[in-house]
Design a protein. Structure first.
Length: 181
C-alpha cells in the first residue's frame, strides 16, 4: 500500500487535529451530493454526524448555496415530481416528506403546486385500476365492502384523503360492475 496517501477526506483518520475542518466538510458535502440531491438540512445533519463544528458546517453550506450546489427550492420541486410520478404519492404525503427533509413550508407549498387536484385524483384512479385489474368485483356485499376498505386504506397509506379514496374506489367499482371498464 502506498504510504504517501493520506486518509480519505471525512474518514475517522482524517479527523486528526491537523486536518482542515473546512476541507473535511467540503469533501463530505460533495460526496453526499454526488449520490443524489440533498436538502441543506440533510447535509447539515450529515456534517453533525461526522462531528464537523457547527460554524464550519454553516460556512461550507452557505458557500455551496452561494454557488447553487445546494438549492432547497429546486430540491423540493424535483422531489415532488419524482415522488408523485414514481410512487404515486398524494400531496399530503409528499408535504410530510419535504418537512422531514427540512424544507421550509413555503418552499414546499410552491413545489406542491405542480400537482393539481385533478392530477392527484387521476393518480389515485390509476392506482385503484391497477390493483383491480387482477381482481373481480365481489358480488357479496360484505366482500365488496372489505375490498373497498382495503383499496381506500391503500390510498390512505399514500396520503390520499378518505373522501377522495372512497369516491375513486366506488366510481371504479361501479364502472366495473356496469361493464364500462
Amino acid at each position: 500500500m502506498d504510504s504517501q496517501k493520506g486518509p480519505t477526506p471525512g474518514s475517522p483518520a482524517d479527523s486528526t487535529p491537523e486536518a482542515d475542518p473546512y476541507s473535511v466538510a467540503r469533501a463530505i458535502v460533495l460526496r453526499q451530493l454526488t449520490s443524489s440531491a440533498k436538502s441543506r438540512k440533510q447535509l447539515a445533519d450529515k456534517l453533525a454526524e461526522r462531528d464537523v463544528p457547527e460554524e464550519v458546517a454553516e460556512a461550507v453550506l452557505d458557500r455551496f448555496e452561494e454557488v447553487q450546489l445546494i438549492d432547497d427550492s429546486e430540491f423540493a420541486r424535483m422531489w415532488v415530481r419524482s415522488r408523485s410520478q414514481t410512487r404515486s404519492l398524494a400531496r399530503s404525503a409528499i408535504r410530510r416528506e419535504l418537512s422531514e427533509k427540512g424544507i421550509d413550508p413555503e418552499l414546499a407549498e410552491d413545489a406542491l403546486e405542480q400537482i393539481s387536484s385533478d392530477d392527484e385524483a387521476e393518480a389515485a384512479r390509476a392506482l385503484v385500476e391497477r390493483k383491480l385489474s387482477r381482481a373481480a368485483v365481489p358480488q357479496d356485499p360484505k366482500e365488496r365492502d372489505k375490498q373497498v376498505r382495503r383499496l381506500v386504506s391503500m390510498l390512505a397509506r399514500k396520503g390520499y384523503s378518505p373522501g377522495l379514496g372512497f369516491s375513486v374506489v366506488n366510481d371504479i367499482l361501479a364502472a366495473q360492475e356496469s361493464g364500462e371498464l
